[in-house]
Design a protein. Structure first.
Length: 210
């Protein structure tokens, strides 16, 4: 299981940054979003911080009633449009998060992030952003430069994760290979197209200031 440094001291119920799990709900069995998330929860290791990602393409599933994360879990839900909903140890919203504050600071158990601050944001702040990959030729990688919304971060001291939405249904498709560069206002995401033909997708990124 891929491990990464996640989340920060200022976040609600995530009071210390630690190594933890990241699980993709789309990789679990179930005919509803609720069933997939519940199946993912069973694989969260005891005593370890666990982030369950809900990718955009799961929006086609019936939502059901999502389970409540335990105190070491967080859901990052990309299936709402627009924005991303985050929730921790609170009942998940049925139609999207609430509680966005200036600077995109997570100060409530769940919130939707749809915009950027007008001044650079700092500790505990979350920014989300999407950008088209443009057409990438078959069996080729390309750099996608994403500019953070608003004024970006105060510096490059933030943790970021990205995924790519590509809906061609051609078997092999696009994937994020790595983050190649990071500044206070931009990141460079390397996207690989494993398909034989050209494909266009959308990169989704979230970042949390350290």
């Amino acid at each position: 299981m891929k491990r990464l440094i996640i989340f920060l001291a200022a976040m609600v119920l995530f009071s210390a940054r630690a190594e933890g799990q990241t699980l993709d709900a789309s990789q679990f069995a179930g005919n509803t979003l609720q069933a997939k998330v519940e199946a993912a929860q069973t694989q969260c290791q005891t005593g370890v911080r666990c982030v369950i990602l809900i990718p955009p393409h799961l929006s086609v599933f019936t939502r059901g009633t999502l389970p409540v994360p335990d105190v070491l879990q967080m859901f990052a839900d990309f299936s709402f449009t627009p924005g991303i909903t985050y929730f921790t140890n609170a009942a998940p919203p049925s139609t999207g998060g609430v509680g966005l504050q200036s600077g995109n600071v997570l100060t409530s158990p769940f919130l939707r992030i749809t915009g950027g601050a007008t001044t650079p944001v700092t500790v505990g702040a979350i920014i989300s952003r999407t950008i088209s990959t443009g057409s990438i030729a078959g069996v080729t990688r390309a750099d996608v430069v994403l500019t953070w919304s608003g004024a970006g971060f105060a510096d490059a001291n933030y943790t970021v994760t990205c995924t790519v939405l590509e809906t061609s249904a051609l078997g092999l498709g696009q994937r994020v290979e790595r983050i190649r560069a990071r500044t206070a206002t931009t990141i460079t995401v390397q996207v690989m197209n494993d398909n034989a033909g050209a494909l266009t997708g959308t990169v989704h990124c979230i970042a949390i200031h350290d």
